[in-house]
Design a protein around this ligand. Structure first.
Ligand code: SME
Length: 137
């Protein structure tokens, strides 16, 4: 615990495992908040590199979850007006906040090339993943 390099490596392994084993998880990443700057920072990911490694609170799906503390499932990204496109292939997205000691400190973000793929089971599963990650931070 409390070793940043080790926790980043473990988060990268989790991203790679999820992205390679779940067919409709095409990009998986963890963003963490800088509360003072009100920005999210990409700490680990699997999939195509993204230009959006820093996202202001309130911007895009990720930035909205930083402020709402709520799960956000987007069945069709084209129907969203506050959305940051990372890849032209992305059709859907799920963002689940990550809580440490009750505080929203970051999130797992998953992009899918499949139409409307995310179900409540994904929410429960990813909430559990985030609980496990919180323990190594
Ligand atoms: N689509 C996200 C930006 C991050 S990329 O998906 C990796 C958003 O709207 O916040």
């Amino acid at each position: 615990a409390n070793n940043n390099e080790t926790s980043s490596q473990r988060m990268t392994e989790i991203c790679e495992l999820l992205q390679s084993t779940i067919g409709y998880y095409d990009w998986v990443g963890f963003y963490f908040a800088n509360e003072a700057a009100r920005t999210l920072h990409l700490k680990a990911f699997a999939g195509e590199p993204t230009d959006h490694t820093v996202i202001p609170f309130g911007k895009g799906i990720c930035g909205q979850v930083a402020e709402s503390n709520e799960n956000f499932i987007v069945a069709d990204v084209k129907a969203q007006n506050n959305y940051i496109a990372c890849s032209m292939y992305v059709k859907a997205e799920i963002v689940i906040p990550l809580f440490k000691d009750g505080k929203n400190i970051g999130q797992i973000d998953i992009d899918s090339h499949t139409e409307n793929p995310f179900a409540p089971e994904d929410e429960r599963f990813l909430e559990w993943v985030n609980e496990q990650v919180a323990k190594i931070l």
